[in-house]
Ligand binder design. Structure first.
Ligand SMILES: NC(=O)c1ccc[n+]([C@@H]2O[C@H](COP(=O)([O-])OP(=O)(O)OC[C@H]3O[C@@H](n4cnc5c(N)ncnc54)[C@H](OP(=O)(O)O)[C@@H]3O)[C@@H](O)[C@H]2O)c1
Length: 300
């Protein structure tokens, strides 16, 4: 396949591009800004609403991962607008370009997030569960709707509701490593909230599986089959690092340090099942949290 990827420099994008190339596919990186383009790179400018559809002509698949990092800073009104607009307007831009192509891709994969489900306690959730309430669920609903516009042109659209991506190279786990290595890790809030997670290698493999598997369309949860409570996660991370995890972070402190972001990213509970991924025959390399963290954090 010839696969165009936006957000290719990010945590997920760089792992996916490596996997695509290793699997024998051609990767076309969508590059923002005005830096000189290298081989296999095409320009786009989501802030200015610029994407020439000719660059995407003839691609077999497009994977859209670009968006303002959700944990880049406190969620001020301006930062929330950047998070939302970079996803919704960027996705509309890509979907419109795909619709205008003469040689359209067969499949458009657009990232979404388990943030779609909001704060749902310990109830199991699958792709048929409705959205939650608040900033993240509303952003995800509009983001997925923008991607689904490409269906009108006969393109198979997959919106991947991604869980907390685990990798020592970036994202949530990398941020937690320093305090945990110093022995300053512990449960956050009650510790009973469910975190639906997936390792970076399993996520890249699941996206490739979604591109190839024509039975998958619409929302697909990209999470391991065994979500962990924050307490289970904390214990597994302490064990993997061989460090104590006795310093809890009360919910109030998390809110003071991180603001509104703490509620939606650390204290919210969503116990999400990857129902469609499993039905379609995907098998996880790392389905359970303790062995997953051990493998990710093993020294080479
Ligand atoms: N990591 C997670 O735990 C997680 C969980 C759920 C959902 N997701 C979603 O999965 C996607 C990829 O996540 P990731 O962890 O790889 O994110 P990331 O590391 O922050 O990478 C996102 C990429 O998007 C581009 N980008 C940054 N700011 C942008 C902006 N303001 N407008 C447009 N593009 C921008 C950049 O790529 P270029 O400079 O190459 O354009 C950046 O490398 C995101 O949409 C994210 O919301 C991630």
């Amino acid at each position: 396949m010839r696969v165009a990827v936006s957000g290719a420099s990010g945590l997920v994008g760089s792992a996916l591009c490596d996997l695509l190339r290793d699997s024998g596919h051609d990767v076309v990186r969508m590059v923002r800004g005005d830096r000189r383009l290298g081989l296999g790179e095409i320009p786009w400018d989501p802030d200015a609403g610029v994407l020439d559809k000719d660059w995407l002509e003839g691609c077999d698949a497009v994977v859209h991962l670009a968006g303002e990092n959700i944990a880049a800073g406190r969620w001020s009104a301006a930062q929330k607008a950047r998070i939302r607009n970079s996803r919704i307007l960027g996705t509309q831009l890509v979907a419109n370009a795909l619709k205008a192509c003469n040689a359209r891709p067969k499949v458009f994969f657009c990232a979404s997030a388990v943030g779609y489900y909001g704060h749902r306690g310990d109830a199991w959730l699958d792709e048929t569960s409705g959205p939650g309430r608040g900033f993240l669920p509303e952003t995800c609903v509009a983001w997925e709707a923008a991607a689904n516009e490409a269906e009108a042109a006969g393109i198979r659209v997959v919106t991947g509701r991604i869980g907390v991506v685990l990798s020592p190279r970036g994202g949530a786990l990398a941020k937690m490593l320093t305090p945990f290595k110093l022995g300053a890790g512990g449960v956050i809030g009650s510790g009973r909230q469910y975190w639906s997670w997936i390792t970076l290698p399993d996520l890249a493999a699941a996206i490739l599986h979604a591109l190839a598997n024509e039975s998958l369309r619409g929302a697909v949860n990209l999470v391991s089959p065994a979500p962990a409570t924050n307490r289970e996660f904390t214990r597994a991370l302490g064990t993997a690092l061989n460090r104590p995890t006795i310093l809890p972070m009360p919910a109030l402190m998390a809110r003071v340090v991180l603001g509104e972001m703490a509620n939606d990213l650390l204290l919210a509970s969503a116990r999400v099942r990857p129902a469609r991924l499993l039905e379609s025959g995907f098998s996880f390399k790392y389905p359970q949290i303790a062995p997953a963290l051990k493998a990710l954090l093993a020294r080479p």
